[in-house]
Each structure stands twice: as structure tokens, then as C-alpha cells.
Design a protein around this ligand. Structure first.
Ligand SMILES: O=C(O)c1ccccc1NCC(=O)[C@H](O)[C@H](O)COP(=O)(O)O
Length: 226
């Protein structure tokens, strides 16, 4: 198994952004969605992105944002990737990708196996698919709820694009999630927070260490069985 990618999402302070970078996170997410407790202003996002630039991929998370808003983020924050976490159709993702000249990740809300097929229309445009737990009913924030889904439905999924797993992960369950899903990339937000929207540097370090440990264990198991 190659190295498992880790994304820490919803960072909003310099200290926790630095902690994520120092811990070896591969991707760091900035949330541009005012209803989220992790929302960052453009000014803060520029400063936070500069902490990570060149060391971790900067992911700008947006929800059904118009092209003008996306363009402002692209120009000022200069993300490596835009994460579409709303109900953006594939054509909108494609148009944004061309205009912004960034890589694109499309989030698909999952609660059962049948939901996985919703990724299919995005395979031509998305560089990566994020399978995230569906939000609780009635919520107007489509992610970051700390809720898991049945990881086993991803096992042996044959997609022509890489995927990332998220939803309710933390340092205590991420190894099991990786083993059960076969995911080679994981994303966390609530699981590295001491309270809703407040990231914790120690929890970030523990999460990244748990993922690295899971990767090494998978390698060892593979070697033993070959
Ligand atoms: O995190 C948010 O507040 C958020 C708001 C609006 C859309 C998406 C959002 N988060 C998406 C993510 O990529 C989270 O990391 C993912 O949902 C996992 O969250 P969690 O279950 O809390 O680890």
C-alpha cells in the first residue's frame, strides 16, 4: 500500500495550521461557507494558506459558490485544489476547473451503497472523489458533523479516480476505517477538535500519527502474506 494521504479540514488558526503542517498532513482544508463554525474570511485564509504553501496542498472548500466567488478565492488564496461540497453539477465543476486552473475534488454524501453511484457523473472532471457521511436531516451545513457511515461499502470499489474517506474519523477509529474501506486517503475535521469548530494541535498530531501507523501496519500485513 502506498502512503496514506491525510487531509485536515476546517483549519482556522495559525497555531493549528502550523501543527497540521508540522505533523505531516498532506492536505489542509479552508472552509469558505459562512454557516460553518470553521468558516474563514479571505484575509485569514490568505495568511493561513501561506503557512502551508509548499508543504501541504491547500484545499479551498466551497458550497454552491458562484464563479465570481471562486475566482476571488483562486486569485487571493491560490489553493492547489477546490473542494465542491454542495450540489454543484458536473458541468459547473468542469467550468470552474478550467477557469480557476486548479485541481478539483467533488464530495459525495453517503449513507448507503447506492449513494456511491452518485460519483459516476463526476469522474470525467474530478481529480479526486471525497466520500463523506451525509449530514443529519435538517442540517443546512453539508459536512463536518463527525458522523461516520458504513466503511465496508467502499471495500474493493473500482473507480478510475482516487477517492478519499471522511465522516466521523478520529485517532481512535481511523485504522479500522482504513482497513474496512481500503481507503488510501482520509479526511478529518470534528475528530481533531476539542469543541465544535475549535481545532486542537495535540489531536491533529495524534490523528496523523494514527494514519501513519495504520499505513505501516498494512505494509507489514502485506509483506507477511506474500
Ligand atoms: O467542516 C465544515 O464545517 C463543512 C461545512 C460545509 C461543507 C463541508 C464541511 N466540511 C467538509 C469536510 O471536508 C469535512 O472534513 C468532512 O465532512 C468530515 O467532517 P467530520 O465528520 O467532522 O470529520
Amino acid at each position: 500500500m502506498s502512503r496514506i494521504l491525510v487531509k485536515i479540514c476546517g483549519l482556522s488558526t495559525d497555531e493549528t495550521m502550523q501543527a497540521a503542517v508540522d505533523a505531516g498532513a498532506d492536505m489542509v482544508g479552508l472552509v469558505f461557507f459562512p454557516k460553518s463554525p470553521r468558516h474563514v474570511s479571505l484575509t485569514d485564509a490568505c495568511r493561513l494558506a501561506d503557512i502551508a504553501r509548499g508543504q501541504a496542498e491547500i484545499v479551498a472548500l466551497t458550497v454552491d459558490m458562484d464563479l465570481a466567488g471562486l475566482q476571488r478565492i483562486a486569485e487571493l488564496v491560490r489553493p492547489d485544489m477546490v473542494q465542491f461540497h454542495g450540489s454543484e453539477p458536473p458541468e459547473a465543476c468542469a467550468a470552474a476547473k478550467v477557469m480557476l486552473r486548479t485541481r478539483v475534488m467533488k464530495a459525495i454524501g453517503v449513507s448507503e451503497r447506492a449513494d456511491l453511484a452518485k460519483a459516476l457523473p463526476y469522474l470525467q472532471v474530478a481529480d479526486r472523489i471525497l466520500f463523506d457521511a451525509k449530514p443529519p436531516q435538517g442540517s443546512d451545513v453539508p459536512g463536518g458533523h463527525g458522523v461516520p457511515f458504513d466503511w465496508t461499502i467502499l471495500k474493493d470499489l473500482d473507480l478510475p479516480r482516487p477517492f478519499m474517506l471522511s465522516g466521523g474519523l478520529d485517532a481512535g477509529n481511523v485504522r479500522e476505517a482504513i482497513e474496512k474501506s481500503g481507503a488510501t486517503a482520509v479526511d478529518v475535521s470534528s475528530g481533531v477538535e476539542r469543541e465544535k469548530g475549535v481545532k486542537d494541535s495535540g489531536l491533529i498530531r495524534a490523528f496523523v500519527a494514527a494514519v501513519r501507523g495504520a499505513g505501516k501496519r498494512a505494509e507489514a500485513v502485506k509483506e507477511q502474506s506474500s
